[in-house]
Design a protein around this ligand. Sequence first.
Ligand code: MLT
Length: 255
Amino acid sequence: MSMALSFDDEGRGEPLLLLHAFPFDRRFWSEVAPLFAKGGLRVIAPDLMGFGKSPAKGPWSIADQAEAVSALLPSLGITKATVLGLSMGGYVALALIHNHPEQVEAMVLAHTKAAADSPQALQGRANAINTVQEKGVAAFADGMMEKLLAPNASPSVRDHTRSLMNQPKETVLAALAALRDRPDRRRELSNIRVPTLVLSGEHDAIATPDEGREIAAAVPSGAFVQIPGVGHLSNLEAPDKFVSAVFDFCETSAP
Ligand code: MLT
């Protein structure tokens, strides 16, 4: 399954592809995309299938999302991009580099995991699907907020984050199933041939710094950076730190 994606295309320079988390869309990047563009990058930020302005009926898989992204790049004249995926976007980035390594110049895996869902996470997915079906997306999003941000996140960051979590019910249900069914990619990490930055948040309860360190250790040219004081969404909680970490990496990994 593959379909055309809606996207923003901003700036000029080496292409940086931004893959958003769940349950967000490309508005997720509205603080950091202009900073990347100002710093000399061409920033491509799609709405993944079903999110934002990229309508899609489920079911779809994380690998289907990677195929849609893979098809987007050549349509923009881009042969290879630095791919930055955050959480669900990181799962899509790992599927993309596995299936289309020739399209990836370098990779940033932020707040993400290579392992499949644990038994406890699978139970959480089942509960989440029930909540969405019985109480709706808003109740699910309210519940998810508790896990997303560092305990000391400001009210304005909280309000802004919550305001971005308004995806269609069908998309949220399709995504929860796709997240639940994604494969364990840990054994593939040693095949990654491009410079890879793994970014974790000090207080991230969804993708812990320990999991981030393990990914960085398993990728042959992997680097690890922990952003202090943030939870799962450092692009929203500390945009300047997030952007600096990516630029530092781009400078050290430039060919
Ligand atoms: C995300 O932030 O994209 C999700 O928390 C990912 C997940 O639930 O596995």
